[in-house]
Every structure is written in C-alpha cells, then in structure tokens.
Design a protein around this ligand. Structure first.
Ligand code: ADP
Length: 396
C-alpha cells in the first residue's frame, strides 16, 4: 500500500501544506548532520582511519538518499498543487535535451556507459514547463543508468508528429517483467527483484514523472523485457494555438474544480453581416472578444469567469464557475447584451457543457472541450439570426 497518494494530495485528503512543512522540518537538521559528517570525513577535526572512512561514506550516502526522498515528496505535493501556476512556455526541446545530456554525461562515464543521441533534425517547439520536463527526463535517465550494468548503452531518441514530440530513453539494462509493468507508476512501488533491490531508490521517481508529464498534456509509456532492457517514452504537446487554449483552460479550471465548484464551458460562434469587409473581420472579432470581457464584467457572475481565445478565430470560449442551468442563463444574457451592442453580428450559435468532479486532468479537460465543440457543431446548423438586436431561429 502506498502511504502517500498523489490523488489524495490533489483531492485534499492529504494536506500538501502539512507535507511541505514536515519536509522542510526534516531537511534542515539533515543538512546540518551531513555538514558535520562531511567535516569529519574531510579530517578537519583530526585524522580518521580507513574503517572510519568507510562508515562515514555510508552515512553520507544515506544522508543524500534521505535528502532526495524528501525533495521527491515535496515535489509530489507541489507537482499538482492546484494553486501553483505552471510556467509553461514555448520550448526548444532539442536544446533542453542537449542541456540535460551535457549536465549528466559525467555520471554515465563513471559507469563506463555510452550515452548516445538520435533525434530528428527539425523537431518542432513544444509547450511545456521546462523545469518539469527536465525533471522527468532526469528521472528516466537516472533509472536507465542505475538499472543498466557497467559498459551498457543508453540512447535518447526524439521524433515528432503533428501533435506531439516523443522522447525515448532506451537502455540495455535489467528490464521489467510484463506482470510488473502496470505497477511501476504507483507511489513507493519498487519492483522486487534481486537486481533492482541492489540499487538504491524510493519508488517515487516514476509516480512523479507520470504526474508531471500528464500535467503538461503528455503521456508516459514503457516497453520492456527482462534481461534485454527498457524503452521509457514520453509525449509532449507541440506548441500551437490549440495546445495554448487547452493549457489556459486547464490552468483556469483547476482551482475552481479543486474547490468543489461546478465548471461550465460556453462556446459561442458569431457570424458577421456580409457587408463587413474581410480585412475588417479580424479587428471586429478582437473588438467582440474585448466586448465579451467587458460585458462579462458588467454582468459579473463570479470573479473567476474568464473569456479565452480558441484556435478557431470566430469561436470564443467562456469559462464560468456555475452549473448547467446557470451557464445557460448566463450565456443567454451575455449574447443578448452583445447582439444589442454590436449591430454587425448577424447570426450566432452557442453551446454549454458542464463538468462536475473534484479532480481535473488535461485529458478530462480535452474531453470537456470536445463535447462542447460537438454540441456547437450540431447547433451551428441551426443558427440564431439577429434582426435589429432581436433573435430568430434559422436553419442554414
Ligand atoms: P526507484 O527510485 O525505485 O527507481 P522509480 O519510481 O523511478 O523508483 O521506479 C520504480 C521501479 O521501476 C524501480 O524500483 C525499478 O524496479 C523499476 N524501473 C524503473 N526504471 C527502470 C529501468 N530503466 N530498468 C529497469 N527497471 C526500472
């Protein structure tokens, strides 16, 4: 059984503040203990013999191990902290991998392991929190190094398709049995084999990596065979308008959902009068988007309501902290106010989709967006027409 479950942190059953307080309390004395051991080890107070040296080395190693464990627990509580902003940004993944490899290559040399890189020349930029992706890749590399014997080869491969860049960390190490594969992402789970037990570890690295990669809109997978090696690979979304929209929606929705309140997504598609020239359309759309923000502020439902740009220029998304009925009423009010205000709106369609759960992941948010888009598509066929600010049904 795991004693710390990321889901429990997420849903508030385990209070992350307690975790971070305890972790900090543990870290401070530990670093003092380490400092004194290291003073003795460096023979500052006086000479030590070889047997004492071995004992001190073991003490130092275990201090470091404990520090890693504490940091991992802190990361686990922070990684999905609903209030923390994610510093997602457009990232050159090739540079990021080069940096990691540069910092890490000495460790491979120590074990006479060969680290090789194979990536597509023109990898697209990704949208991610670079620190978090670095942490995931470092975890995978550290595992590959620890579970691969001296002289083995480790390969990093990266390739892309339209949606994702995929990064593989492939080793020729001990591998993992099929029956164990589904358990390796559980917190504090270490696979029970003599070889794995011979290496130090906490069973936290993969649980944290999975959480971090999913919070960045990607996935983690593994293919492995005992005695042949493992291929751990992660996907990271390619930077584009769609992914930015999903990330913005996720960041906005997470605290609402975590506080147990209902969340609704309203999509509105506007059509403008034929007599608006195409070069004016973009300006008008921007004006409309600003108009919605202003109208929302005037008809404020909750201070957390927000207007987002989608990847389709004439669709505007509105996130409301309300349930289905509330979002319908709010959308009607909003559209009426907008049609009165902007006489160039000739037709519109809108759809609402509500979400009630107290956890929220990127894939769930994707489903919410898709459901709202499907509804909008079906309603698009039956636009509402606007005549002098008044609405009439119309089938197109
Ligand atoms: P640990 O700190 O124990 O390595 P992880 O969460 O990183 O914790 O990994 C969980 C378990 O998965 C490990 O104990 C190990 O048995 C197995 N594992 C992870 N990576 C590899 C790998 N590259 N090769 C073989 N086994 C691995």
């Amino acid at each position: 059984m795991s004693s710390l479950d990321l889901n429990k942190v997420r849903t508030g059953e385990v209070n992350p503040d307690i975790i971070s307080t305890i972790s900090h309390e543990l870290r401070t004395p530990l670093s003092i203990i380490r400092e004194f051991i290291s003073l003795v080890y460096d023979e500052v107070p006086g000479p030590i013999n070889d047997r004492q040296r071995v004992c001190l080395e073991s003490a130092l190693r275990n201090c470091d191990r404990q520090a890693t464990l504490i940091n991992n627990i802190l990361d686990a509580s922070k990684s999905d902290f609903n209030r923390l902003p994610y510093n997602r940004r457009r990232t050159n993944i090739k540079l990021l991998i080069d940096e990691i490899v540069g910092d890490y290559s000495l460790k491979f040399e120590k074990k006479s392991q060969l680290l090789s890189l194979e990536y597509e020349e023109s990898l697209p930029d990704v949208l991610c929190a670079p620190d978090q992706i670095t942490q995931v890749l470092l975890n995978l590399l550290s595992n590959a190094r620890r579970y691969t014997p001296e002289g083995g080869r480790i390969t990093i491969k990266a390739h892309s398709n339209q949606e994702y860049v995929t990064v593989h960390v492939i080793d020729e190490g001990i591998g993992i049995g099929q029956d164990q594969l589904s358990r390796i992402y559980e917190i504090f789970v270490r696979i029970n084999s003599t070889q794995a037990n011979a290496t130090r570890g906490s069973g936290l690295g993969l649980a944290i990596s999975k959480d971090l990669i999913e919070q960045n809109g990607g996935e983690i997978h593994v293919k492995s065979k005992p005695g042949e090696g493992s291929d751990f690979y992660v996907t990271i979304p390619v930077y584009n308008k769609r992914v930015q929209y999903e990330a913005a929606l996720l960041d906005h929705a997470r605290p609402i959902i975590a506080s147990g309140k209902p969340l609704s997504l309203v999509l509105v598609r506007f059509r403008m009068s034929e007599n608006i020239r195409s070069r004016d359309r973009e300006v008008k759309l921007r004006e409309l988007s600003e108009g919605i923000k202003e109208t929302l502020q005037n008809n404020i439902i909750s201070s957390t309501d927000r207007v987002l740009s989608t990847d389709t220029e004439d669709i505007i998304a509105i996130v409301l902290e309300t349930d289905r009925a509330g979002s319908k009423a709010a959308a009607d009010r909003l559209i009426r106010a907008l049609c009165d205000k902007y006489d160039y709106i000739s037709r519109f369609a809108s759809s609402q989709h509500s979400y009630t759960s107290n956890t929220c992941t990127w894939p769930e948010l994707k489903r919410l967006i898709r459901a709202a888009e499907r509804k909008l598509k079906s309603k698009d066929k039956a636009f509402m027409e606007v005549h002098n600010g008044r609405q009439q049904d119309s089938i197109s």
